[in-house]
Design a protein around this ligand. Sequence first.
Ligand SMILES: [Zn+2]
Length: 222
Amino acid sequence: MTDGSRVAIPAAEPTELRADRMSRKSSAPEIDRLIQLLARMPGLGPRSARKAALTLLKRRVELLEPLAAAMTEAAAKISACPDCGNLDTVSPCTICRDERRDRSLIVVVEEIGDLWALERAGVIRGVYHVLGGHLSPLDGIGPDRLNIPRLIDRARPPAVSEVLLALNATVEGQTTAHYLKDLLVANGVSVSTLQQGVPVGGELDYLDEGTLAAAVRSRRAL
Ligand SMILES: [Zn+2]
């Protein structure tokens, strides 16, 4: 076989050739690593990760370098609040330290994104408790995998009188709410849940602030 005969590419490319072509790297290992890490972000697949990496590399001064510095700073300074599970540079977090907050009301959320959504809506006068997810037996997530023991420990009269379960209106969120309700009622606190405006299957992080505010104001006993 001469080199010239290789020019004609067969209609059906042999598997080994195709594999060789796919594994061939066209960029530096540092760029590949950047793309691989970006591809792990929620909502970013390999294609979006490549686009994001390219944007970062092309806009080095205004994007790549400030982002790298912000990430290094966040990794060094931010930690989970030992009381509520919120992320902050101070411990306990700024919300837990705020003297104007009503400590008798604990608002329970699944994720920190939900806490941020409620803070944007500006309707919570109490403090928070972040569970770190919801119960999901099929995925092996039981009560021991969530920040539940600390909640049961915190939510006791007379310091705490009400726990508002601001969980997503999904099957998992509501299953988690009912599980928590029994434990909290046994503690002697009143338990409430978000009412109107949260659609079935709704995740708090996706709701607009007005809807969230209405849901908090019209909370009902569970
Ligand atoms: Zn806190």
